[in-house]
Design a protein around this ligand. Structure first.
Ligand code: SF4
Length: 439
């Protein structure tokens, strides 16, 4: 299927995909670019994991009721705790330019801070409606910072569906924090990208055992305790979707460590080894700490590999984790890759992943959802990884699916999590085979 679809893209003028073999991509990898209708959540979705990461921050979406519903349903209803996100609803009068949205916003922010004095960082999060009426949230943040000096720091970024897909929301939030990071040229390892706290503790402990003492994280657990950055900073990205954050940190002097991402045993080992090597740790010390984990991780994957090996996988573009997942599922679980879609492909940040993908892997960048669904139907893969909106219709057509959003909410990073990660993909296949057995 892979090769034939690619050939079709070249000869069929009805397919508006173009081929791009960039200089950093190994020759066998060819990329189909698409720019049609997308089916991807917007960047507001990332508030769900960011607000859990920084309990002293508040995310105020400046948007419509649709935006409020999206964030609330993605996060679930919080009954026992005061939520750390909310929506300043832009009403019809705001949208028609009949009311001063800035005045309304200032009033709302002050009411919120009077009620919630524990908030230390307030993120004003832009949305499609705030962008359509050209509400300047950067200016609003500046104004509020002047008025609320010493009480709270106000930052702004866009989570709008016009500009961001759902993981890019985190990228934008982290970029907004980078100017506030203090400057320091002291040697340190900086891990960028939200990880589950327990996973992060484990990784920091492992780095410590290898001899890397100074390990800091962005985002931090307290929004006011931002890590420093400067010429001594070795930057290790925990997530592949942080292009703008990486650029901002490099501009502040950090050095990006090239590595695959810590998904699966192989990726996690390479990622940790690259971080340790950049901090001057000898390979023997890395091996002494990581080899037992690699052994255990492979053992944990083995039962799921029995279900996954030889099965055909189609990844629709959604989370930007697709290339890392494809690498893990093909190399460690034996799955056959039909197509690997990603909303955006940052060749620099994904160079190590591209190098590890099997020769001839069909990658697509961007989306033209109907054409992509046609390719799914023609290829009849055993498993489709896709966004929530496409999963139910595909299940109704008889395909086994896995929601990509679940992967962002689950602790899947590191060698210790490799078995659980494999199980997330084996489960829908097992369920489907049980159902067909029962029928
Ligand atoms: S930001 Fe845009 S895409 Fe996201 S929920 Fe609001 S209106 Fe919808």
């Amino acid at each position: 299927m892979g090769a034939s679809t690619l050939a079709e893209a070249m000869v069929n003028p009805m397919l508006d995909g173009v081929l791009d073999a960039g200089p950093k991509v190994a020759p066998p990898l060819e990329i189909l670019k698409e720019s049609g209708q997308r089916e991807v959540f917007c960047g507001l979705t990332s508030i769900v994991w960011l607000h859990r990461r920084m309990p002293d921050a508040f995310f105020l979406v400046v948007g419509s009721r649709t935006c409020a519903h999206l964030v609330q349903s993605a996060a679930g209803v919080m009954i026992f705790a005061e939520p750390r996100f909310g929506t300043a609803i832009l009403g019809e009068r705001d949208l028609a330019g009949l009311a001063d949205a800035n005045e309304e916003l200032d009033r709302l922010v002050k009411e919120l801070l009077a009620r919630r004095p524990e908030i230390r960082t307030l993120f004003l999060v832009g949305s499609c409606p705030s962008e359509v009426i050209k509400l300047d949230l950067a200016k609003a943040a500046e104004r509020l910072n002047r008025q609320l000096l010493g009480q709270v720091t106000v930052l702004n970024y866009s989570g709008s569906g016009i500009e961001t897909t759902f993981t890019q929301g985190e990228d934008q939030a982290l970029v907004a924090m980078t100017p506030l990071m203090p400057s320091s040229d002291k040697p340190q390892l900086l891990i960028a990208g939200t990880l589950a706290d327990a996973v992060e503790d484990r990784l920091v402990d492992l780095f410590g055992r290898m001899g890397v003492g100074a390990v800091r994280s962005l985002p931090p657990r307290r929004s006011t305790e931002l890590p420093p950055v400067g010429k001594g900073t070795k930057l290790l990205l925990a997530q592949p979707f942080l292009s703008a954050t990486a650029r901002a940190l490099i501009a502040r002097g950090a050095e990006l460590i090239p590595a695959p991402y810590p998904l699966g045993v192989e990726g996690s080992r390479e990622w940790m080894a690259a971080g340790a090597a950049a901090c001057g740790v000898a390979p023997a010390q890395v091996a002494a700490v990581l080899d037992p984990l690699v052994e255990r991780g492979r053992h944990a994957i083995a039962p799921h590999r029995e279900t996954l090996a030889g099965k055909r996988l189609f990844l629709l573009p959604d989370s930007q984790l697709e290339l890392s997942l494809a690498r893990f599922l093909s190399r460690e679980c034996g799955m056959e890759l039909v197509e690997v879609g990603t909303p955006y492909l940052d060749r620099q940040l994904l160079a190590s992943e591209l190098d590890l993908l099997p020769a001839g892997t069909q990658i697509s960048e961007g989306q033209d959802v109907e054409r992509q669904l046609d390719r799914v139907r023609r290829a009849k893969p055993d498993l489709v990884v896709c966004g929530l909106g496409l999963a139910n219709p595909l299940e109704a057509e008889g395909f086994a699916t896995k929601w990509s959003i679940e992967l962002v909410f689950s602790p899947i990073h590191g060698c210790d999590q490799a078995g659980d990660l494999a199980e997330l993909f084996a489960r829908p296949l097992r369920r489907r085979s049980l159902l067909s057995f029962a029928a």
